[in-house]
Write a protein that binds this ligand. Sequence first.
Ligand SMILES: Cc1cc2nc3c(=O)[nH]c(=O)nc-3n(C[C@H](O)[C@H](O)[C@H](O)COP(=O)(O)O)c2cc1C
Length: 168
Amino acid sequence: MPEVSPDDFRGALASWASGVTVVTTKLDNLVYGITVSSFASLSVDPLLITVSLADSNHLPGMIKKSRQFAVSILAAGQQDVSAYFARSGRDPQPEFETPVKARPWHTGSPIIEGAIAHLDCELEQAIQGGDHTIAVGRVVGAAFDVSKQPLVYFRRAYRSVSEVSHGG
Ligand SMILES: Cc1cc2nc3c(=O)[nH]c(=O)nc-3n(C[C@H](O)[C@H](O)[C@H](O)COP(=O)(O)O)c2cc1C
């Protein structure tokens, strides 16, 4: 089997267009969150979703202790929020800094104001996947805003959705 080069691996994965989420939790009165595109729906009965979180940052360890997390699906125009939560070297703190506005939801995890949708989750399972933790969340709150468009990430750049017309 030929070896896969890191460039080919990254290039192939960058070809996957995705939405952009911010995954957050609260532990001991400190909040933390990171930008996450590895969000997926998993099950309808029970209601489950997954996110894959690098073990190199604070979030997986905090979620394993708090047993809860929230997913905010970002809206078009929230690139500054995505950039804030993608910045390296941040530590958990009592609240997020400007420009982020957040408020606690059912579980106490903060949700991001202005997002297109929110999911509040209790941790169902944490599965090791290489250097990431796959957090399986049982959904205990869900809300969405049909008036907003999503933020899209493709080939390392933020994009917006353009309408596709169906011929025929
Ligand atoms: C669009 C986008 C998607 C991302 N998706 C993920 C992801 O799915 N899982 C993850 O662990 N990190 C993801 N990241 C990176 C984290 O947001 C980033 O590493 C983290 O905020 C910084 O943590 P650090 O202090 O450990 O470097 C993504 C970043 C961007 C810009």
